[in-house]
Design a binder for this molecule. Structure first.
Ligand code: PLP
Ligand code: TYF
Length: 396
C-alpha cells in the first residue's frame, strides 16, 4: 500500500534539533530553533504561569468539550491584547477571534478560510520568511510568491523593493507580514515605513495577514502591537495570527489564535461561523489547558503585571546577549563590524555567515544555527557566549 510513498524532507529548523540531540560534543550549543532559554540554558516556566496553574489545580475541574472557537475568556483576552480592550473594533463587536493550536494553527485557520473566500488569490510572503509560511499557504492550496525584504549588502530591509513588490501585486493578493521581530532576519521596518505599507495595502486592495508570534520581544507589548492600530486606522479589514508559545514560554501547550477584523458586527458573525466550520472539520475544538492558563494570566491584573515583567526580562536579556555577542566577536579577533547584531530585534540574528561556515560551526564546534546563517540569540547565555564567539571567529 505504501510502496510509492516518498520520504519527505525534514523541517529545516526542527530537523536541526534532532541532529543537535544526537551530537556528543559536550560544548554543543543549540542556536537553531527559535526558543528562549534563560541564563542557565533552561527553558523557563514563567511565575505567572505557575501561579495561574496553582489556582487552577486548587479547584480541579472536569474537562468537557470547549466551544469550537475556544474558551470565551481567552478569545476576549486575545482581542483586547491585539486591538485594545476599549478600542472601537472590540467595543463595536467586529473582531472575530478563535482560539488556535499555536500561532501555526491560527495561520492555518486563516489560510483555509481565505482559500474558500478567494480561491485564486496569490499569497506573498517576505523574502526570506519563516519556512513554514510557504509550506502552510501552499498546503492550503495557494500559489505562494515573495515580496522583496532582506538586503544582505545593506544589512537591513530593502524597503523600496518591498514597496515595489506590493505595488505590483494584483488586487486581492494576500500579504503575510511579520508584525514584529522578523523571523529569520531580525530586521523590522520603521513606524513610518509601516504607514507606507498600510497605504499600499489599502490603495491596491490587498489583504493583510499579520503574523504576531513575538509580541513583547521587540520593544514592549504595546510598542510591538502598535502596528495593528495603523491597519485599523486605515479602515482595513485584515487577519492577525497570535502565538503565545514564546511570550508565555508555553511552546508545547500550543496556544495561539486567529483574529479577523470585519466591517461590522453582522459581517463578523458570518465570518466567525465560517471560521468555526474550518475548525470543526479539522479538529473540532481546541484543547483547554494552555488557553485557560493564558486567559487566567491576561484577565487578572496582578498576574498580567507579572507576565509583563517576566516578558520584559526575557527581552532585556536577549538585548544584553546581542551586545555581548558584538563585544565578544571583536575580542575574539573578528575585524568586520558586527554591530548590526544590535540593530536587529527579537529572537534571531541573520549573521551573514555562509552555508559552509554554518556547516563548519556545527561539525567542528557543535554550534547549531540554520544553513541560512540564522542564529537564535535567545539561546545565548553567560556560560556559552565566549565559546560561541570563539567558534564564530574561527570560521570567519
Ligand atoms: N510565525 C512565526 C513567524 C514564527 O516564528 C512561529 C514560531 O514558531 C510561528 C508563527 C508559530 O508559532 P507556534 O509555535 O505558536 O505555532
Ligand atoms: O523559526 C523558528 O525557529 C520557530 C520554531 O516548523 C519553529 O518559529 C520552527 C520550525 C517549525 C515550527 C516552529
Amino acid at each position: 500500500m505504501f510502496t510509492a510513498v516518498e520520504m519527505a524532507p525534514r523541517d529545516p529548523i526542527l530537523g536541526l534539533n534532532e541532529q543537535y540531540n544526537a551530537d556528543t560534543n559536550p560544548n554543543k550549543v543549540n542556536l537553531g530553533v527559535g526558543v528562549y532559554f534563560d541564563d542557565n540554558g533552561k527553558l523557563p516556566l514563567l511565575q505567572c504561569v505557575q501561579a495561574a496553574e496553582k489556582t487552577m489545580m486548587a479547584t480541579p475541574t472536569a474537562r468537557g468539550y470547549l466551544p469550537i472557537d475556544g474558551i470565551v475568556a481567552y478569545d476576549a483576552a486575545v482581542k483586547s491584547l491585539v486591538f485594545g480592550a476599549d478600542s472601537e473594533p472590540v467595543t463595536s463587536g467586529r473582531v472575530a477571534t478563535v482560539q488556535g493550536i499555536g500561532g501555526t494553527g491560527g495561520l492555518k485557520i486563516g489560510a483555509d478560510f481565505l482559500k474558500r473566500l478567494s480561491p485564486n488569490a496569490t499569497v506573498l510572503i517576505s523574502d526570506p520568511s519563516w519556512e513554514n509560511h510557504r509550506a502552510l499557504f501552499t498546503n492550503a492550496g495557494f500559489k505562494v510568491d515573495t515580496y522583496a525584504y532582506y538586503d544582505a549588502e545593506k544589512r537591513g530591509v530593502n524597503f523600496e523593493g518591498m514597496l515595489a513588490s506590493l505595488n505590483a501585486a494584483a488586487a486581492g493578493t494576500v500579504v503575510v507580514l511579520h508584525a514584529c521581530c522578523h523571523n529569520p532576519t531580525g530586521y523590522d521596518i520603521t513606524a513610518a515605513q509601516w504607514d507606507q505599507v498600510v497605504a499600499v495595502v489599502k490603495a491596491k486592495n490587498l489583504t493583510a495577514f499579520l503574523d504576531m508570534a513575538y509580541q513583547g520581544f521587540g520593544h514592549g507589548i504595546a510598542e510591538d502591537g502598535a502596528v495593528i492600530q495603523k491597519f485599523v486606522d486605515a479602515g482595513l479589514c485584515f487577519f492577525v495570527s497570535t502565538s503565545f508559545s514564546k511570550s508565555f514560554s508555553l511552546y508545547g501547550e500550543r496556544v495561539g489564535a486567529l483574529s479577523v477584523l470585519c466591517a461590522d458586527k453582522e459581517e463578523c458573525s458570518r465570518v466567525l461561523s465560517q471560521l468555526k466550520i474550518v475548525i470543526r472539520t479539522n479538529y473540532s475544538n481546541p484543547p483547554i489547558h494552555g488557553g485557560a492558563v493564558v486567559a487566567a494570566v491576561l484577565n487578572n491584573p496582578e498576574l498580567r503585571a507579572l507576565w509583563e515583567k517576566e516578558l520584559g526580562e526575557m527581552r532585556v536579556r536577549i538585548k544584553a546577549m546581542r551586545q555581548k555577542l558584538v563585544d565578544g566577536l571583536k575580542a575574539a579577533g573578528v575585524k568586520q563590524d558586527m554591530s548590526f547584531i544590535t540593530t536587529q530585534i527579537g529572537m534571531f540574528s541573520y549573521s551573514g555567515l555562509s552555508k559552509d561556515q554554518m556547516v563548519r560551526l556545527r561539525s567542528e564546534f557543535g554550534v547549531y544555527g540554520t544553513d541560512t546563517g540564522r542564529m537564535c540569540v535567545a539561546a545565548l547565555n553567560s556560560k556559552n557566549i565566549d565559546y560561541v564567539c570563539q567558534a564564530i571567529a574561527k570560521v570567519m
